[in-house]
Design a protein. Structure first.
Length: 537
């Protein structure tokens, strides 16, 4: 397959891999003493590494390919998912203190501390299955698209090589290898994205000309209330529900915070991550709008929305920069895969294996974690031929599926932390009942054309309105079942819910913050508000 890569591009790409694996080898050579060292980097990670790791874990190749595709297809409307910096702040200021006080390794383990073992088993299984069926598969698919379009390497070979290479350093180095390589990947990723945006804007004639050629609709985050796909109330109230689940309760993200030295460091890490999260709408989504505008003027030929970013890279960027952007795309792919592999390994080892074999030594837990990571790598490889057949707008597909999974988990964690009366029966009822309602919607949606009446209305409801409705149902279910049954035991709420007492040992965990934490938090919130106000059509 032909590629427009020159020698300088391959040199730049080679230097990226050399730097990445140099960092990975350095981390792997550090002795891993116990499971806390392997799964949570010894609980000794600083705020800078936490922030970059949160960002790099979030921005996968499906984001780079999918966000640019969304920009080309619908403009900035899906930027509502990308302006969730305020929810990262929610993780740092509200949820992290309870997670760190509890001393848990995983989110399912926190549910057991707060509710019971059934809730832990449920979230463990759902998370593992969900990671393999959605996150691993979509990330691998997007990576295959990048290799095929950009590097001229066929879909199967490119995805296979990246999955295996990423798997090797994740298996050997654990979370420490993941978070430190993600520091490198974050900066390569941002440098590449800025290069595409700046050169693309120059090609189209600047920001004002881009707005004129693309049209105001592509710069409008707030569609009319009767818009068939993205009415503004659905976006305003629906996307934060998915965001609370993803940013505040998902092992994939929260594991970085659990590795912090203390609560203060965790919070500052989330503040830095929130700053970084202000960038995607400008550096990852705007390039898609640029591709749409250039295609409109005939300057480039855009075969599909998801091909927007690779097409820009191959047609506009000079030698060397093309290699840098390719490195950024591969950094996104590898950082997301590494995070997924490590999170799956942690969930399986701590929530399933250790529960079944509580007498296991620390050394054995680390070895099981490595084996589990390898198994997830194999599953990722097996998904490649299936995901090659994915069609449709990638990013929108991913968000709609998450809208059916998120509400019961978000509601259970949110009320579980803020309302001490919520008990285990209510949590389990809501988690299982909400999941079944969401999966019913997914199944009916796939067979919508053969339905009528209530079932058709259930399947045809806007996916974000459905998300809101399901969240409200879950909140009502949590409250009603809790108030109808016995209150939770004292040990299930103390130190784990808002305003409850903590032991002297838990209270000793640093919870200090200074004026700069508050100032930076306010700056991030003003940045979010500024984006909302600017992109109004």
């Amino acid at each position: 397959m032909e590629t427009n890569f020159y020698t300088l591009d391959w040199v730049v790409l080679g230097l990226y891999f050399l730097l990445l694996f140099g960092v990975a080898i350095w981390v792997i050579l550090q002795r891993q003493k116990d499971s806390a060292d392997y799964f949570l980097a010894g609980r000794n990670v600083g705020w800078f590494v936490i922030g970059t790791s949160i960002f790099a874990s979030n921005i996968g190749s499906e984001h780079l390919v999918g966000l640019a595709g969304a920009g080309a297809d619908t403009g900035v409307v899906l930027g509502h998912y990308e302006i969730h910096a305020y929810l990262i702040l929610l993780l740092g200021w509200v949820f992290a203190p309870y997670y760190l006080r509890s001393g848990v390794f995983t989110m399912p383990e926190f549910l057991e501390r707060r509710f019971n073992a059934t809730a832990r088993w449920y979230l463990s299984i759902i998370s593992l299955v969900g990671y393999v069926l959605t996150k691993v598969s979509v990330t691998v698919y997007a990576g295959g698209v990048v290799f095929e379009t950009l590097l001229g390497i066929d879909f199967w070979s490119g995805a296979l090589v990246t999955v295996i290479l990423t798997g090797i350093y994740t298996v050997l180095g654990g979370l420490r290898a993941v978070v430190y390589t993600e520091v490198v990947q974050t900066f390569v990723l941002l440098l590449g994205a800025v290069a595409v945006t700046v050169i693309g804007l120059n090609e189209i004639g600047g920001w004002s000309n881009l707005r004129e050629v693309a049209g105001s609709d592509h710069f409008d985050m707030w569609k009319s209330i009767d818009h068939p796909d993205f009415p503004w109330p659905a976006l305003l109230f629906g996307t934060p529900i998915v965001g609370i689940w993803y940013w505040c309760t998902d092992q994939y993200i929260v594991q970085r915070v659990l590795a912090a030295r203390n609560i203060t460091v965790a919070r500052r890490g989330t503040i830095f991550g929130a700053y970084l999260k202000l960038t995607p709408i400008f550096f990852f989504m705007v390039p898609g709008i640029i591709a749409y505008a250039l295609n409109k003027t005939g300057a480039i030929q855009l075969e599909s929305a998801d091909a927007a970013l690779p097409t820009l890279v191959m047609t506009l960027l000079p030698a060397g920069l093309r290699g840098l952007v390719a490195g950024g795309l591969l950094a996104a792919l590898m950082s997301s895969l590494a995070s997924l592999f490590n999170s799956c390994s942690t969930l399986f080892t701590k929530d399933i294996y250790e529960k079944l074999r509580p007498e296991s030594s620390e050394r054995r837990l680390v070895n099981v974690g490595r084996i589990a990571t390898g198994f997830v790598v194999i599953l990722g490889v097996l998904w490649i031929p299936l995901m090659e057949n994915i069609s449709g707008q990638l990013y929108e597909y991913l968000q709609s599926v998450q809208s059916y999974i998120a509400p019961p988990i978000a509601a259970t964690f949110l009320l579980g932390v803020f309302y001490r009366r919520i008990n285990a029966k209510a949590a389990v009822t809501t988690l299982i009942g909400g999941f079944l309602l969401g999966m019913l919607r997914l199944v009916l949606e796939l067979n919508k054309d053969s339905l009528s009446g209530f079932w058709y209305a259930y399947a045809d409801m806007n996916f974000l309105y459905f998300c809101i409705a399901l969240f409200l149902v879950c909140v009502v279910l949590l409250i009603v079942v809790s108030l109808s049954t016995d209150p939770p035991p004292k040990e299930k709420v103390e130190g784990l819910t808002f305003g409850s007492a903590v032991t002297e040992e838990e209270a000793a965990i640093p919870f200090a913050f200074n004026k700069w934490d508050v100032i930076h938090t306010v700056i991030v919130l003003l940045g979010v508000l500024g984006v909302f106000l600017y992109f109004t059509g």
